[in-house]
Write a protein that binds this ligand. Structure first.
Ligand SMILES: Nc1nc2c(ncn2[C@@H]2O[C@H](COP(=O)(O)OP(=O)(O)O)[C@@H](O)[C@H]2O)c(=O)[nH]1
Ligand SMILES: [Mg+2]
Length: 234
């Protein structure tokens, strides 16, 4: 078996070599191979220079910046593994969870596994364990609630970056979303394809805008619209 690890990257010079090192190091299980596919989306910082020095990865470059959705659409077409997973290039999602996602996929006979940041994770507004980016937390909760309501599925974190998908379930799927509306479109299309989606809890280390976070509240609105739209079209 082989896992294709798809890394969309846009101006992540601070974290790109670290995340690739972590991905290379992680052990997926006996007889499990991996391929690492990086889509550089016309980064203007040192990202390209750093990438070109690394070995054991396949790099594709977009000539101009198109967004995470466009990058993943290309990566889906280039992947040769039995399953794929999306791995962000910042350090929010720790590759140590990849073996767990695989294990859950096997054990629960799932076609798709989402790493849920929100399962068993209460909102805390004060104290040491205060929820970072509480507005994002609430936005993600809300979008997941809408997903449950209009698709009738049991998903707690629709917006998670960690989505592992059996390759055969990608065949009929063409992603039109250019940017972060990738997440609702992909989720909608996987549900409509009849894929069995299972979640497993993960912990992430959220980063702030000063550390290069690019998603904003406007993407939240776009996500809501996508959820509604793809319920009825395409
Ligand atoms: N290819 C591509 N990737 C992007 C773009 N914007 C962000 N990303 C990548 O998408 C991932 C998630 O971005 P981030 O800002 O951390 O959003 P969040 O983690 O979903 O809140 C990171 O690996 C970014 O480098 C873009 O325009 N193009
Ligand atoms: Mg991130």
């Amino acid at each position: 078996m082989k896992l294709s690890i798809l890394i969309p990257v846009y101006n992540e010079q601070e974290t790109i070599s670290k995340i690739i090192a972590l991905v290379k190091r992680v052990k997926l299980g006996r007889g499990f191979g991996k391929e690492i596919i990086v889509i550089n989306d016309a980064s203007t910082d040192q990202t390209v220079k750093i990438l070109n020095k690394l070995k054991g990865i396949r790099i594709y470059n977009h000539k101009r910046n198109k967004g995470k959705g466009a990058a993943i659409n290309l990566a889906f077409k280039k992947a040769t593994g039995d399953m794929v997973v999306i791995q962000d290039a910042d350090l929010e999602y720790d590759p140590k969870y990849l073996p767990k996602l695989i294990e859950v996929m096997k054990r629960k006979k799932a076609d798709v596994v989402y790493g849920s940041r929100l399962k068993n994770y209460p909102l805390r507004l004060t104290g040491k364990k205060r929820t970072p980016l509480a507005l994002h937390y609430l936005g993600n909760k809300f979008l997941s609630l809408i997903t449950r309501l209009i698709y009738g599925v049991n998903i707690t974190d629709m917006e998670t970056g960690y989505k592992m998908i059996k390759k055969e379930f990608l065949e009929g799927i063409n992603i039109k979303s250019q940017r972060f509306d990738l997440e609702p479109e992909l989720t909608a299309k996987l549900i409509k394809s009849g894929a069995k989606i299972v979640e497993t809890p993960i912990r992430t280390i959220p980063r702030g805008y000063n550390e290069g976070k690019k998603i904003t509240w406007k993407d939240g609105i776009a996500a809501l619209w996508s959820l509604i739209k793809y319920r009825f079209v395409d």
